[in-house]
Ligand binder design. Structure first.
Ligand SMILES: Cc1cc2nc3c(=O)[nH]c(=O)nc-3n(C[C@H](O)[C@H](O)[C@H](O)COP(=O)(O)OP(=O)(O)OC[C@H]3O[C@@H](n4cnc5c(N)ncnc54)[C@H](O)[C@@H]3O)c2cc1C
Ligand SMILES: NC(=O)c1ccc[n+]([C@@H]2O[C@H](COP(=O)([O-])OP(=O)(O)OC[C@H]3O[C@@H](n4cnc5c(N)ncnc54)[C@H](OP(=O)(O)O)[C@@H]3O)[C@@H](O)[C@H]2O)c1
Length: 462
């Protein structure tokens, strides 16, 4: 059996692992648009969360199994089309993640100083597509909108002492910008209450330990309606309950306890962004106080008509990611995910698209940690193998090797050995300046690195 997997983030690797476990001798070709594998583990997970990145060792083992070929710098939709794959493989699994981010969509959010958290994250993580961005960190106050873990990552990177970031794999251009940053206060603003915040306790607790940073919460925002109290007392409210314990600690800190030279973070609740104000650039965020409505665990927020200005110099919208529709694949535009049933891609009427499957964020939307993608991929692969057993997967029409097609098209693809050499190169270069790695960001740097490493070639050798 020949399977193509598009995307080499966690869900792509876990799908490969699940197939390898069930089908000895399976041939898997994995296609990745970038020169490096691992998806958001490399380009999303914060550089100071280095331990989490060790999951890449599991992915390397999957990549090293006989029968798996990794094709770096090959993008579905640019270098290959879906039909190229369906003609050559029994099954195609889309594991392309959520490549876009949600916008605030409020007046003024196109002003200089209004940024997307996802762009900032990709920039400090050295994603090639975001290298050109610039973030003005010359003002003292920044606001992060959203109460998810990405919001906390952004706030922490803005506030963390730069010397502590300097030994991580953070991109050098970001390190330099953060070294010159004047940001002293970060407000993390959510439209719902403390019991509804989506960030997790471990990530919130990091602000207790952050050197030179004081965490604060206003007492009058740490209040709970009946439904929220019910949420906090329920078994499902465990994470929120522990968050509230921490937030109460933060609320004991008086605002005047922060000296003018210190950095601080303030968690604000029940405030919805309304518009960004400023002449040439962001000068303030207008917020509306909200009240919670609805039953426990389903509470939404509605405006109360009370508005106020939060003066600030930069706003980072951290309101979630969204999937991008692959060409000729049924897509649910509202959910921004591929249409599927248990990983089997179906059209609007529920009719199966033979041989097409999906997993990870493009399947279920942008939620869950790295490990969540393992179960997700196991489900998709179980569906795929059930279809195989039922005889629902046809024989591929073309017998030629996709590598030949790519060569014919002049695509400079990389194999996993080439990536391993780049990986070693990055670590060596980083070690010279005391960093975990110095990421190769731009394509010309990748090219030069490959030339610098003896015996390497740009094109696939397997
Ligand atoms: C900022 C951020 C920080 C996070 N931090 C953590 C954390 O600390 N701990 C944790 O457990 N989870 C964390 N997560 C969640 C975790 O990263 C995701 O659950 C996981 O990466 C989703 O996996 P995926 O494979 O579906 O998508 P991705 O990881 O996005 O992988 C998709 C891959 O597909 C490739 N691709 C896309 N389109 C194409 C195409 N057309 N052709 C070829 N290749 C393509 C992409 O380049 C990418 O490599 C974080 C998420 C974000 C956004
Ligand atoms: N360390 C880690 O483990 C880690 C790190 C980073 C990311 N991740 C994971 O990656 C996934 C994505 O994280 P995320 O932070 O991007 O998403 P998220 O957890 O879904 O959080 C998004 C936040 O944006 C808010 N929001 C959405 N639309 C808004 C709007 N129009 N106005 C104001 N606020 C709005 C949401 O509020 P409502 O709740 O009111 O909708 C929510 O607080 C999550 O599963 C996360 O846990 C994990």
């Amino acid at each position: 059996m020949r399977i193509a997997i598009i995307g080499s983030g966690p869900s792509g690797f876990y799908a490969a692992e699940a197939v390898q476990k069930k089908v000895p001798g399976v041939a898997i070709d994995m296609f990745e648009r970038l020169h490096a594998p691992y998806g958001l583990v490399r380009y999303g997970v914060a550089p100071d969360h280095e331990k989490l990145k060790s999951v890449t060792k599991v992915f390397d083992m999957v990549a090293g199994k006989p029968g798996l070929r990794w094709f770096g710098q090959v993008e579905l939709g640019r270098d290959i089309q879906l039909e190229d794959l369906t003609r050559r493989y029994h099954a195609v699994v889309l594991a392309t993640g959520a490549q876009a981010s949600r916008r605030l969509g409020i007046p003024g959010d196109d002003k200089p100083g209004s940024y997307n958290a996802a762009d900032f994250v990709a920039w400090y993580n050295g994603h090639p597509d975001f290298r050109h961005l610039q973030f003005d960190l010359s003002g003292e106050t920044a606001v992060v909108v959203g109460h998810g873990n990405v919001a906390l990552d952004v706030a922490r990177i803005l506030l963390k002492p730069v010397d502590e970031l300097a030994s991580t794999e953070i991109a050098s251009h970001a390190l330099e910008a953060l070294r010159n940053s004047k940001v002293r206060k970060v407000c993390v603003v959510g439209r719902r209450g403390p019991a509804q915040a989506k960030f997790t306790n471990k990530e919130l607790a990091e602000f207790e330990q952050l050197a030179g940073v004081t965490a604060m919460v206003r007492d009058d925002e740490l209040t709970f309606n009946e439904a929220s109290r019910f949420e906090l007392e329920s078994p499902a409210g465990d994470e929120a309950r522990r968050n509230v314990v921490l937030l109460r600690k933060f609320s004991d800190v008086a605002a005047d306890a922060v000296s003018p030279n210190e950095r601080c973070i303030e968690f604000r609740f029940c405030l919805a962004p309304v518009r960004l104000e400023g002449n040439d650039e962001v000068e303030a965020l207008v917020l509306e106080r909200t009240a919670l409505t609805g039953s426990a665990f389903q509470q939404g927020s509605r405006g109360t008509g009370e508005f106020f200005l939060m003066p600030c110099h930069a706003v980072f919208a951290s309101v979630g990611y969204k999937g991008v529709a692959p060409a000729n694949v049924p897509f649910d535009a509202r959910a921004a995910t591929v249409r599927h049933v248990n990983g089997r891609i179906v059209d609007e009427s529920g009719v199966q698209q033979p041989g097409l499957y999906c997993t990870g964020w493009i399947k279920r939307g942008p939620s869950g940690v790295i490990g969540t993608n393992r179960n997700d991929s196991v489900e998709t692969v179980a569906t795929l193998l059930a279809d195989l057993q039922a005889g629902a997967l046809g024989e591929p029409a073309a017998g030629d090797d996709i590598a030949d097609l790519l060569r014919d098209r002049g695509v400079d693809f990389l194999d996993f050995q080439a990536w391993s050499r780049l990986d070693a190169f990055e670590k060596q270069t980083g070690a010279r300046s005391g960093k975990a790695r110095e990421k190769l960001v731009q394509r010309h740097e990748v090219r030069a690195a490959l030339q610098a490493v003896a015996g390497s070639s740009l094109t696939c050798t397997t």
